[in-house]
Design a protein around this ligand. Structure first.
Ligand SMILES: C=CC1=C(C)c2cc3[nH]c(cc4nc(cc5[nH]c(cc1n2)c(C)c5CCC(=O)O)C(CCC(=O)O)=C4C)c(C)c3C=C
Ligand SMILES: [Fe+2]
Length: 428
């Protein structure tokens, strides 16, 4: 047993340690007030750097990585199941759970994973996070619609809300950036920790799953807690101001967590879970960077510096969509992004956004391939993401500057209890 192993007791591995910020499980659903981002710490607002290194509770009513404070880094991977053996898939999810319980505490994926197996065995941990703190790592998994075909006898367990997303106007989706049987969302305040988590789970799935696509993200583009400052996206605007926040339990129940009455039959195992929509959205930053400030602010309907709704002064001032200027025209234009996405225009629907900025090299013709890896959690994508994205695709002024190049939907099951693997209720 390595010296690092000795520092991680079985109790810590199962239910969290005194170092785990907030509550380990139960009513708060795994939400742990704590790690936000290193940028928050740098700005003098939010938790101290030590808090950014601390663990986030793994077990709870809901999976961590949804309402827990958004960390600064992301590694997201979508996988296809290549085995045809249902039991093998369930066993892999058990291995994943065991490894995840350890990695979120900053431990190796398996006891003695680095060198403990001796010189003639393959190490059970890849090693690149050895010695690094937990870094607020959360690992969230989800099941895609394609998992419920005829391969694993799961067709009769498919939740009604897990329907492949329809095509939207303007979509330029690429197959190699879309879909997937499973997903792993690993978020941390250190990119090496997030990448290590994904890599080791993929390693543990060798022969059962293969990577379909993967996305790295830096710079969260949403706050999921009022303890966090609002970050900025690559267009330089504050993003996440009016997000659903962890401190709004009623809104979470209404808009984010699947309720018992939602999935009476096949998908009852999803109660307490949430649906994850991922959209890789390329942002034409070169065009944006030649656009004047007035136009930029009209596109979003908010000011660039403070993030205030146009016509107001402060970021969290109420969005008054009826307010008009001296010319009688709405101060927040009819095509402004925040108007079209606002609950008042969509029958009261909201979503919890948890996206990240990305840059993936160039597009081959002299531009950066940069954008927003949009991630949102919701109770029912058919009633939330689909009408919202339809409204945006039809009229949003932002469409001149963005294009959706990837898309996926996953059902993220509820949280686990100690000793209970991910997906137990699904495979029972
Ligand atoms: C379908 C849902 C949404 C997509 C896709 C989307 C893409 C997208 N958004 C920004 C930047 C901002 N979005 C903002 C607000 C906002 N966006 C959505 C939904 C989608 N955005 C919602 C529901 C809201 C909140 C609306 C409200 O109630 O006021 C903002 C303003 C600040 C904020 O409230 O977060 C910005 C800025 C980009 C750049 C983008 C695609 C690349
Ligand atoms: Fe938006």
């Amino acid at each position: 047993m390595s010296s690092r192993e000795e520092g991680v007791s079985r109790r810590q591995l199962l239910v969290g340690s005194a170092g785990v910020l907030g509550v380990a499980a139960g009513a708060a659903g795994g939400y742990a007030a704590g790690p936000a981002s290193r940028r928050d710490a740098g700005a003098g607002v939010g938790p101290a750097p030590a808090a950014l290194d601390a663990p986030v509770a793994f077990h709870g009513e809901h999976q961590a990585g949804i309402v827990t404070p958004a960390q600064d880094r992301l590694h997201f991977v979508a996988l296809d199941v290549i085995s045809k053996d249902r039991a093998e898939l369930a066993r892999m999810l058990e291995r994943w759970t065991n490894a995840a319980e350890r990695m979120i505490l900053g431990a190796e994926a398996a006891p003695g994973g680095l060198v403990g197996g001796g010189p003639h065995k393959v190490p059970q941990d890849t090693g690149e996070a050895y010695g690094l703190p937990a870094s607020g790592l959360t690992i969230t998994i989800g099941f895609g619609p394609s998992l419920f075909d005829d391969r694993f006898g799961l067709a009769n367990r498919k939740p009604v809300a897990l329907q492949k997303l329809p095509a939207f106007r303007g979509d330029r989706l690429e197959a190699h950036r879309s879909g997937g049987d499973l997903c792993i969302q690993a978020c941390a305040n250190d990119p090496q920790v997030a990448v290590h988590a994904v890599r080791n789970l993929v390693r543990l799935g060798f022969g059962v799953v293969s990577v379909r696509w993967s996305q790295l993200g830096f710079g969260r583009t949403s706050s999921t807690s009022t303890s966090q400052t609002t970050p900025r996206n690559l267009f330089g605007f504050k993003d996440g101001t009016s997000n659903v926040k962890a401190e709004e339990p009623d809104a979470l129940a209404e808009h984010v967590w699947v309720q018992p009455q939602d999935e009476a039959g096949a998908g009852a195992w999803m109660t307490g879970g949430s649906y994850l929509v991922a959209r890789r959205i390329r942002m034409q930053i070169e065009v944006w960077d030649r656009t004047n400030l007035l136009e930029q602010e009209q596109v979003f309907g908010r000011g660039k510096q403070e993030g205030e709704p146009l016509g107001e002064t402060k970021e969290f001032d109420r969005l008054d969509l009826d307010r008009t200027g001296p010319d009688g025209k709405p101060l927040i234009p009819t095509t402004a992004h925040v108007r079209l996405a606002h609950e008042s225009q969509l029958g009261g629907i909201r979503i919890l956004r948890r996206g990240y900025n990305f840059t993936d090299g160039t597009d081959g013709v002299g531009h950066l391939d940069a954008g927003l890896f949009f991630i949102a959690f919701m109770r029912d994508p058919r009633r939330q993401f689909v009408p919202m994205q339809r409204a945006l695709a039809a009229k949003d002024a932002l469409n001149e500057y963005i294009v959706h190049t990837g898309s996926a939907l996953f059902a993220c099951p509820p949280g686990t209890e100690p000793g209970q693997p991910w997906g137990r209720a699904l495979f029972a």
